[in-house]
Design a protein around this ligand. Structure first.
Ligand SMILES: O=C(O)CCC(=O)C(=O)O
Ligand SMILES: [Fe+2]
Length: 175
């Protein structure tokens, strides 16, 4: 995780967008993070993607989840940036099924803000402190969540396990 954190801090990132494919737009009023997709070009990226693939296989074996692929990006939220309440996938429209968030911030205290707030439908909200070593996994279509503004730079990795929804005999592209 530390090697990934160094990559996230050292590399160039682009404004995050919402939507998919040709419908993607940048929407700073909804999310203020900057992102970079993680690929196999670095050792840290390969290790991360290989570990997430093991989790994918495990979820398929134990839950018959049918997860087909994984996509993942670094995200940097500068001080004051947030991501408004949202779900990561809309039922029937998207192929993201399981979301995963990992945090890369050393010595984070609650006073720094930047919590991930989860809104389960029939339970009180859950607040997660974005401290190094914390990993959150949830169903992409079911759990609304938001990122609160922080008073300092906040680094995370977000990833999504996807099912294959190709209906034309052609396999979905990875991103
Ligand atoms: O960084 C986080 O805590 C969550 C980010 C998120 O919800 C997303 O990228 O969809
Ligand atoms: Fe999200």
């Amino acid at each position: 995780m530390r090697a990934l954190a160094e990559e996230a801090v050292g590399g160039t990132l682009s404004p995050a967008r919402i939507g998919r494919g040709v419908d993607q737009v940048s929407a700073p009023e909804q999310r203020g993070d900057r992102i970079r997709w993680i690929d196999e070009c670095s050792g840290a990226g390969r290790t991360w993607l290989a570990g997430c693939d093991q989790l994918r296989v495990h979820l398929n074996r134990t839950l018959m989840a049918g997860l087909f692929s994984f996509e993942s990006h670094f995200a940097h939220y500068p001080a004051g940036a947030f991501y408004q309440r949202h779900v990561d996938a809309f039922r029937g429209q998207a192929n993201r099924r399981v979301s995963l968030v990992a945090y890369l911030n050393d010595e984070w205290s609650d006073a720094d803000g930047g919590q991930l707030v989860l809104y389960p439908t029939d339970h009180p909200q859950v607040r997660v402190t974005p401290a190094m070593g914390t990993l959150v996994v949830f169903l992409s279509e079911d759990l609304a969540h938001e990122v609160l503004p922080a008073s300092r730079d906040r680094y995370s990795i977000a990833g999504w396990f996807r099912v294959n929804q190709s209906s034309t005999g052609r396999v979905d592209p990875p991103v």
